[in-house]
Design a protein around this ligand. Sequence first.
Ligand code: ZN
Length: 86
Amino acid sequence: MVPAWIGAGVAKADLAALLAQQAQSKNRVRCTACKFLGDAPPEDATTLSEALSDPEMSAGMIARALQAYGVTVSPSAISRHRRECR
Ligand SMILES: [Zn+2]
């Protein structure tokens, strides 16, 4: 039995297919941080990837530094990149 809170109709969808769809769309659309890592000069891309893996650097700090560098990016985009991108 599907619990009532899941919602009729939605619960009928194939969860595995929905997850696969999400995984695909993540790979297709690159986030701002991923774009920077791919397109910026190599030394700057390396600097960013070091900052991203440094727990001392908050998403806000990284976003503000990137904004000063000339990249329009929000702290939430940095957080999401840390959570969801590889
Ligand atoms: Zn990313």
